[in-house]
Design a protein around this ligand. Structure first.
Ligand code: DX5
Ligand code: ZN
Length: 214
């Protein structure tokens, strides 16, 4: 079970300290948005690469952008894992192959209404499947329980095709919702507002872990 805090809810003016405050997590979830694929704009490659230099943890980059065919391998140059949205990928097999050749991890992300079944043949070559539990674009939204059946289906496909692949959930994960996501089969949990909106990010991570282990 992995907890990957999303820095979307962190204080961008103080990133070195914010990254240090989540050192007890598994990876840092980095939300890249381009105001085209999603109606919000965050940060791009030079910013991510600079933050990477001061991070104690590996980067789990979530690309919510048009043209991941061009950009995903570039993010993989410095970061350990890059997950792109299948909805905007033209040749997903090529992106996956390129990033794996670089010796990095690669994942596909699915919006709440995107089915997983058409992509089952990709699973043997993936390191992560990210099932969005909110519409991508903003932190602090409510967990969509209607996505739970797709998490279960993803669990079954991963168990049969590639058991070492991570099943990540992202959106609205907190102390109230993490059990449902775990029960449905998720093993990697992104939490933005639940980690950074309180006073102590390390305590929040500890609380989520305790809930997973309890
Ligand atoms: C939303 C992002 C999420 C977001 C999660 O589009 O992909 O990673 O930061 O934030 P919370 O945990 O607040 O829903
Ligand atoms: Zn994300």
């Amino acid at each position: 079970m992995r907890i990957n805090p999303s820095i979307l809810s962190a204080d961008f003016s103080d990133m070195a300290n914010q990254l240090a405050s989540i050192a007890s997590a598994d990876m840092v979830h980095v939300d890249v948005m381009d105001s085209h694929f999603v109606p919000n704009l965050t940060f791009g490659l030079p910013v991510v690469n600079n933050w990477k230099k001061v991070s104690p943890l590996d980067f789990d980059v979530h690309l919510m952008i048009d043209d991941p065919d061009h950009w995903a391998p570039r993010y993989a140059e410095e970061s350990e894992m890059v997950t792109f949205h299948i909805e905007s990928a033209k040749q997903p097999e090529k992106i996956i192959e390129k990033i794996r050749e670089m010796g990095k991890r690669v994942g596909i992300a699915l919006k709440p209404n995107t089915p997983i079944d058409p992509y089952r043949e990709l699973i043997p070559n993936l390191d992560q499947v990210l099932v969005m539990t909110v519409e991508p674009g903003f932190g602090g939204q409510k967990f969509m329980i209607e996505v739970l059946p797709k998490i279960r289906q993803a669990r079954e496909l991963i168990d049969s095709e590639n058991p070492s692949c991570y099943l990540q959930v992202d959106g609205g994960i907190n102390l109230e919702t993490i059990d449902m996501a775990k029960e449905a089969g998720a093993d990697t949990f992104v939490a933005g507002s639940a980690v950074f909106d309180g006073i102590d990010p390390a305590k929040a991570i500890e609380g989520l872990r305790a809930r997973l282990n309890g």
